[in-house]
Write a protein that binds this ligand. Structure first.
Ligand SMILES: C[S@@+](CC[C@H](N)C(=O)[O-])C[C@H]1O[C@@H](n2cnc3c(N)ncnc32)[C@H](O)[C@@H]1O
Length: 240
């Protein structure tokens, strides 16, 4: 993070922590239905180092909700993609989870991209890491080549969650998915859907813009069957 970004970042984190603490102390009623309230409880526990900040796959931090991981396991089994392209590696927990599922299934590989990955990332014969921005033309070209060589590609967008970046990723990576396949836009829950109302336009707004501009993808709400997902309206299925 650039030094000039540090103070605004810390101020935003402090406001977030204050709001969470007030809600926990009962000063502010948690609105919405049971699923939204659980979602807020789950997500905001991160402030105290809980839930998604305290989740590991084989000892490696993985910033996901187990409900969503179970859905990914079902997608990998049912769709049988030869490749998962993941933007946003972080510690590599999600890449390792996907590679472990591929081990069980018996085929498939993971291409995981990060601008500033943490070290060390887990080594696994099914994982290939790329370092750079997911929207860098050289990275996109490598990903497109890998997708063209694979028998089916699943794309998971989990890098920079600003609306503009996710919109660009959707534009660049959605053509890599075959008809019937999925692009999953992660963390559509921010900007008040139902968490982090302070976030500003993010992945959900990018999905809205993307869907309004083309008719090749639809939202597959059946993937939200466990009620709580960090990707509401984020499971996009290619229909043409
Ligand atoms: C939410 S984390 C990824 C979490 C990981 N997929 C998991 O589930 O454990 C987002 C990651 O995106 C990376 N990132 C931010 N901007 C990026 C960009 N333009 N291109 C690629 N990665 C980026 C960050 O460095 C960070 O590690």
């Amino acid at each position: 993070m650039h030094p000039s970004e540090l103070l605004p970042h810390l101020q935003q984190r402090a406001r977030f922590a204050t709001r969470v603490a007030k809600r926990r102390l009962g000063h502010q009623a948690a609105g919405g239905d049971a699923v939204d309230r659980f979602h807020q409880l789950y997500y905001e526990s991160e402030v105290f180092g809980g839930t998604w900040m305290n989740t590991y796959w084989l000892g490696v931090p993985i910033w996901k909700c187990p409900f969503d991981l179970w859905v990914y396991q079902e997608l990998l089994h049912d769709q049988h993609p030869g490749l998962v392209i993941e933007t946003g590696t972080a510690w590599g927990g999600s890449a390792l989870f996907l590679a472990s599922m591929f081990d069980l299934i018996g085929h498939g590989s993971v291409l995981s991209i990060d601008l500033r990955p943490r070290n060390p990332r887990p080594a696994h014969p099914r994982i290939r890491y790329l370092t750079g921005s997911s929207t860098d033309p050289a990275i996109v070209a490598l990903a497109a080549r890998a997708a063209a060589e694979a028998e089916g590609t699943l794309v998971l967008l989990d890098s920079d969650h600003s609306c503009a970046h996710v919109r660009q990723e959707l534009q660049l990576y959605s053509p890599m998915v075959q008809v019937g396949g999925y692009v999953v836009v992660e963390d559509t829950n921010v900007n008040g859907h139902p968490v982090r109302p302070d976030f500003g336009p993010g992945p959900m707004e990018a999905v809205d813009q993307f869907l309004a501009a083309q008719d090749g993808f639809v939202v597959e709400r059946a993937m939200e069957k466990f009620h709580m997902t960090m990707n509401p309206r984020g499971f996009l299925r290619r229909v043409r």
